[in-house]
Design a protein. Structure first.
Length: 326
């Protein structure tokens, strides 16, 4: 998410561990800590990319650093949200979303202190959120669901990583954040409650694989193979009997235990071939990445993230998914 991007820029932390599927990769992917992207490690660990005959290197970064690397032309592709793809395109480098890994289905949350039972309970309260970014957009959707406006609350602008401490110290009555920050509050503030989550607006936040136009032109066949491996990963995740192995692989990548990682899986709606094809269908609602991106684009222009509305069609190419399904 865009708010994730800003937070990681503030931390200044860059993870340097790298996994290469080959010594001399033909295509390179920057990926980071989000379940839909950590899942690439399943294919890496199982040797599925090599078996598919695709010469690819996955490089692990913090989120902001991954997009910086892409913008600088250091990698061919990057894992980022549909909203952030627009930001990068508008401000740094053209990119094309060729695959939708998942959408956030509860990992992004509005969490309130004890005594606030629902969104209506936020009226007149202080809410900590990173203004102008996707958590802010989630907050506006929460307020709309209760027939409220932003003027009904007091918005306190803060970096997302600061939200747990803000609610714990009593500086705010509620926060808007993604995992693990939202989970920290739910764990450490007795009686706190998620009063609205991304599960209430499925499709507001899509997580994608975005490729440079240059690499897409030169290496299209390789990217189709990468997508085919994703289909295999998604099918593996969909089979419940594989969950222990999945949690072992994915939790190890981010330094958590399988038990700690399990809740993050449930808040992520992983998409296989048919789900991706459906999300790539052009409609105006959140069930389509086109409709979702148009909503996010309007929000980002309205909050001066960038100046001009983006041409959504130029950011998305479902044809590779169609080819991979053949």
């Amino acid at each position: 998410m865009l708010s994730r991007m800003k937070w990681l820029a503030l931390t200044g932390v860059v993870l340097l561990s790298v996994f290469s599927t080959t010594a001399d990769a033909k295509v390179t992917v920057a990926y980071s800590d989000w379940p839909g992207w950590v899942a690439w490690d399943i294919g890496i660990q199982k040797g599925w990319f090599r078996a598919a005959g695709v010469d690819v290197e996955f490089i692990w970064f913090d989120y902001v650093a991954s997009m910086d690397a892409f913008a600088a032309g250091q990698v061919d592709a990057v894992a980022m949200t549909n909203g952030d793809s627009l930001v990068i395109g508008a401000t740094a480098k053209p990119n094309v979303g060729i695959l939708i890994n998942d959408f956030s289905n509860g990992n992004d949350k509005v969490v309130a202190k004890p005594g606030i039972a629902n969104v209506m309970g936020l009226k007149g309260k202080k809410v900590g959120v990173e203004v102008g970014f996707v958590s802010h957009l989630l907050l506006t959707k929460a307020l709309e669901s209760a027939g409220m406006k932003e003027s009904d609350i007091t918005v306190v602008n803060m970096a997302t990583h600061e939200t747990p401490q803000a609610i714990m110290s009593g500086g705010v009555d509620a926060i808007v954040a993604w995992q693990p920050h939202s989970g920290i509050v739910l764990r450490d503030v007795a009686g706190s409650k998620a009063v609205f989550t991304s599960a209430n607006v499925p499709g507001l936040i899509y997580d994608m694989l975005c490729v440079s136009p240059e690499s897409l032109r030169s290496n299209r066949a390789d990217w189709v193979k990468v997508i085919k491996v994703w289909f295999k990963i998604a099918n593996y995740i969909a089979d419940e009997k594989n969950l222990p192995d999945i949690l072992e692989i994915m939790s190890a990548r981010v330094g958590l235990t399988p038990k700690e990682y399990a809740p993050l899986m449930s808040g992520t709606k992983f998409l296989g071939a048919e789900g991706i094809k459906k999300a790539f269908t052009k409609t105006a609602g959140l069930e389509s990445v086109y409709g979702s991106s148009a909503i996010v684009d309007a929000f980002q222009v309205g909050n001066a993230i960038y100046d001009d509305a983006q041409k959504i069609d130029t950011y998305l190419d479902p044809s590779l998914v169609i080819d991979a399904m053949k």
